[in-house]
Design a binder for this molecule. Structure first.
Ligand SMILES: NC(=O)c1ccc[n+]([C@@H]2O[C@H](COP(=O)([O-])OP(=O)(O)OC[C@H]3O[C@@H](n4cnc5c(N)ncnc54)[C@H](O)[C@@H]3O)[C@@H](O)[C@H]2O)c1
Ligand SMILES: [Zn+2]
Length: 361
C-alpha cells in the first residue's frame, strides 16, 4: 500500500494505492465519519464491486445505498446528475454525508460534479476502477458532464476527500481499457520522469500481466506526477498544459474516429507519436528518443501509425479544440526524457510534415 498526498492547502487529500481496499476504506471512513454514504457505480462496476463496498460500509455501521448509472460516456449528462440528486434527497443526505464514486472516469466526473453542487458541496470519495481513472481522472479535481454534444463543458473544480485505488480491480477490466490508461502512464514518464520511463521500458510485460507490485508503483508514480503538476496549477492556467502531450493530435484522431473507433488512450498514443515527430523536427529531441517513444508504445500494444485522415481535417479539428487559444494551436512537446514544454507557434509546414511522418510509422 502506498499513500501520496495531494497538496492543495485546505483542500489537500490522500491517494491510497494498493492491491485490495478493505482496510483503507474502513480507516478512511473512520477519519471522514460520514453519517450516510451514497455509492455511485455504473452498470458494470455496480455488479462487480458495489455489493462488496456496501457490505464493508455496513460492517462499520455506515448506512449506505447504491445507485447504478448506465455504463459509458452517454450517461455523462445533467439528467444523470439529476438522478443522483434525487437519490441523495430520497436517502436524506445532508452536509455530513458522502458520495462515493465507484467506477471509471465517467462515474468519477459525474459523482464529483453532483457532490460539488448538492447542498452547495458535500464530501466525495473516489474509488476509481479503470486504469485511466486511477492515473488521470481521479487526480486533479476536475469534475463535470457533457452538454449539447460538447465534452466536459459543464463542470467544476472540486477535490475529493480521499482517493482509494485497488489495482486488483483491473483484473476485470477489458484489456483495451487497460491499454487506454497505460498510454497516460507512458505519457507521464516521457514528460516528467526519465527514471520512471526507464522503469516502464523494463517492466512493460509485468504491467501487461497486471503484476500487483509493478502496477502499484506505476499507478502511484503516475498519480504523484499528476498531483505535483496539478498542485502547481490547480485551475489549469499554465504548467498543467504539459499533461496534454499527445492530446492536441489525439483529440482530433478521437473525433475523426467518430469517438468510437479509438479509445482515448489509443488516440493519445497516435498523438504522442505524431507530436514526438514535431519535437524531432524542431530539434527539441533526437531521433533516438523519438524512436524510443514509439517503441515503448508499440511494446505496450498501443497504435502509433496515423490512420488515413487528411492533414487538413486533423488541423481543422485541432484548431477547434477547446484547449487551442483562438486559432493558435498549442502543443505540449517533449524536450528530452522526462521533460516537456509548451509550444504555440509551430509553422504549418512542421505540423504537416510531422503528420506525414506519422502516417509512415
Ligand atoms: N476529470 C479529469 O481530469 C479527467 C481526465 C481524463 C478523463 N476524464 C474523463 O474520464 C472519462 C473516461 O474514463 P474511463 O476511460 O474510465 O471510462 P468509463 O468510466 O466509461 O469506463 C470504461 C468502461 O469500463 C467499465 N469498467 C470500469 N471499471 C471496470 C472494472 N474494474 N472492470 C470491468 N469493467 C469496468 C465501465 O463500466 C465502462 O464500460 C471521460 O468521460 C473523460 O472525459 C476526466
Ligand atoms: Zn488523456
Amino acid at each position: 500500500m502506498k499513500t501520496i498526498g495531494v497538496n492543495l492547502g485546505a483542500t489537500s487529500y490522500p491517494i491510497h494505492i494498493g492491491a485490495g481496499w478493505d482496510d483503507i476504506l474502513i480507516s478512511e471512513c473512520a477519519r471522514i465519519k460520514p453519517n450516510k454514504a451514497l455509492i455511485v457505480a455504473d452498470a458494470n462496476t455496480g455488479l462487480l464491486y458495489g455489493g462488496k463496498v456496501q457490505g464493508l460500509l455496513a460492517s462499520i455501521g455506515i448506512e449506505a445505498r447504491q445507485i447504478s448509472i448506465p455504463a459509458g460516456e452517454g450517461a455523462k449528462t445533467l439528467d444523470t446528475v439529476g438522478g443522483l440528486y434525487t437519490a441523495a434527497l430520497e436517502f436524506g443526505m445532508d452536509r455530513g454525508s458522502v458520495f462515493i464514486a465507484l467506477g471509471g472516469g465517467v462515474t468519477g466526473d459525474l459523482t464529483g460534479f453532483a457532490a460539488s453542487t448538492y447542498m452547495r458541496g458535500v464530501k466525495y470519495i473516489q474509488m476509481p476502477t479503470t486504469l485511466l481513472a486511477q492515473v488521470d481522472s481521479s487526480v486533479g479535481g476536475k469534475t463535470g458532464v457533457d452538454f449539447a454534444g460538447v465534452k466536459n463543458i459543464v463542470g467544476s473544480f472540486y477535490q475529493p476527500v480521499s482517493v482509494i485505488i485497488n489495482t486488483d480491480t483491473l483484473i476485470t477490466l477489458p484489456v483495451r481499457q487497460v491499454l487506454s490508461g497505460l498510454a497516460e502512464v507512458i505519457k507521464y514518464g516521457i514528460i516528467a520522469d526519465a527514471g520512471f520511463l526507464d522503469f516502464l521500458e523494463a517492466n512493460i510485460q509485468p504491467i501487461l500481466s497486471l503484476d500487483s507490485q509493478v502496477l502499484i508503483h506505476a499507478v502511484s508514480r503516475s498519480c504523484s506526477i499528476k498531483a505535483e503538476i496539478v498542485s502547481k496549477d490547480e485551475r489549469d492556467h499554465g504548467i498543467r498544459a504539459v499533461l496534454n502531450f499527445g492530446h492536441t493530435v489525439g483529440h482530433a484522431v478521437e473525433a475523426l474516429g467518430g469517438m468510437s473507433a479509438y479509445t482515448h488512450g489509443e488516440a493519445v498514443a497516435i498523438g504522442m507519436a505524431a507530436e514526438a515527430n514535431m519535437a524531432l523536427l524542431l530539434g527539441l529531441i533526437d531521433q533516438r528518443f523519438a524512436e524510443r517513444i514509439k517503441e515503448l508504445l508499440l511494446r505496450a500494444g498501443l497504435p502509433v501509425r496515423m490512420p488515413d485522415f487528411s492533414n487538413e481535417s486533423i488541423i481543422s479539428l485541432m484548431r477547434h479544440d477547446k484547449k487551442a487559444t483562438g486559432s493558435r494551436l498549442v502543443f505540449a512537446l517533449p524536450t528530452g526524457p522526462g521533460q516537456a514544454d509548451i509550444y504555440k507557434d509551430l509553422k504549418p509546414e512542421i505540423i504537416s510534415r510531422a503528420l506525414d511522418m506519422a502516417r509512415l510509422a
